[in-house]
Design a protein around this ligand. Structure first.
Ligand code: ZN
Length: 89
């Protein structure tokens, strides 16, 4: 794993290292992003939440988010409209 020693010993990272197991890592980050979408989080809120709760670097989340966005343009167009309405209300 490419992690430094900043984590607590007993805290196992939820997601495999991006560099050692990229496909596993991306798949799990996608899954976590989907959970954020259910909670109607914005991209930045999602990156912050995954960083805090799953020790995923925001850059990784944003990269995976951009990949999802490219593959699901219609979904994200609708989604951003929904969450902006949600935020205003
Ligand atoms: Zn690694």
């Amino acid at each position: 794993m490419c992690r430094g020693g900043e984590e607590e010993e007993q805290q196992q990272p939820l997601v495999p290292c991006l560099h050692c197991q990229p496909q596993e890592c991306i798949r799990m980050v996608q899954h976590l992003i989907e959970r954020c979408l259910i909670l109607r989080m914005s991209r930045d809120e999602c990156a912050t939440a995954l960083s805090k709760h799953a020790s995923i670097h925001p850059t990784v989340t944003l990269t995976v988010w951009e990949g999802l966005l490219k593959e699901n343009k219609d979904f994200f167009r609708t989604y951003s409209r929904i969450i902006s309405d949600y935020t205003l209300n």
